[in-house]
Design a protein around this ligand. Structure first.
Ligand SMILES: CC(C)(COP(=O)(O)OP(=O)(O)OC[C@H]1O[C@@H](n2cnc3c(N)ncnc32)[C@H](O)[C@@H]1OP(=O)(O)O)[C@@H](O)C(=O)NCCC(=O)NCCS
Length: 237
């Protein structure tokens, strides 16, 4: 149930809020991903793979998948971790069959195969990659059209779905002692809205990099909170 819900004795629970996603939420998560981020590799490898891939992510303790629900409806989700390489490495190893099937599915498409091999080499082979000094990452954030800035929900009910999702991720990361988090975005010319969003949320552009063969913008945000000095190093600059 959404976290914002209060015990029955405090009156009727609010109908919306963020909570951790579970296996039962995968169909809603995939439907939202198809709508908001249809061009991811998991989506391109087909619905079966996407389903198994998200099960594997949910099964990895250091990968967090949270959803924003309005009643039963999933309006947005976010995926984050305090250490992306180690979390993906662990997920790849624990779900080797799922990730091996990605390799098989991509055999017919050389561009996809190259991409899958690059990820495998980087994660499993610990090859260097841009931005790796910052270990915490927001891997995905996606929000349904009607819940975005220009959509009805924010205007009519004041519900800011991406902000709630990102705040939940930052709260978790700060609690883990993470000093900086990164996010990769398509270049401005390809996706000005996503770049506008991450800049608005306080991420600074570190540069344009090629990651896993794809040209992408690397953004980093300091999570330092002046009121709560960070003492442990979840990430380094
Ligand atoms: C990214 C996403 C979660 C942001 O949600 P959102 O509700 O649109 O975000 P917001 O409205 O709070 O903020 C978007 C900001 O980008 C800016 N923006 C939007 N379109 C823009 C454009 N074409 N050019 C420049 N800036 C733009 C807006 O000005 C807005 O800031 P404002 O509130 O000051 O106006 C949502 O658009 C989404 O799900 N997109 C598809 C998935 C995706 O791209 N994920 C991000 C990967 S990095």
């Amino acid at each position: 149930m959404p976290e914002e819900r209060t015990p029955a004795e405090h009156g009727p629970p609010p109908a919306h809020g963020v909570r951790a996603l579970g296996v039962a939420d995968i169909p809603a998560l995939l439907a939202l991903a198809r709508e908001a981020i249809p061009d991811t590799m998991a989506a391109r490898l087909g619905p079966r793979f996407a389903e198994r891939y998200h099960r594997a992510l949910l099964d990895e303790p250091d990968l967090h998948l949270d959803g924003y629900f309005d009643g039963e409806e999933l309006l947005g989700f976010i995926v984050y971790t305090h250490d992306v390489r180690e979390a993906l490495r662990s997920a790849f190893r624990r779900h080797a069959l799922t990730f091996a099937s990605a390799l098989l599915l991509s055999l017919l498409h050389p561009a996809r195969l190259a991409f899958v091999l690059r990820i495998a080499g980087s994660i499993l082979g610990r090859l260097p990659e841009p931005g790796m000094a910052v270990r915490a990452e927001l891997l995905t954030i996606a929000v349904r059209q009607q819940a975005r800035g220009a959509g009805m929900l924010r205007r009519a009910r004041g519900i800011n779905v991406p902000r709630a999702l990102i705040e939940r991720a930052f709260t978790y990361l700060r609690a883990r002692g993470v000093a900086e988090a990164k996010v990769f975005c398509k270049p401005d010319a390809v996706d000005p809205a996503a770049n506008g969003f991450v800049r608005k949320e306080g991420f600074e552009l570190r540069g344009q990099v090629v990651r896993w063969g794809i040209v992408t913008n690397l953004y980093v945000k300091s999570l330092a909170d002046p009121a709560t000095p960070i003492t442990t190093g979840g990430a380094t600059a």
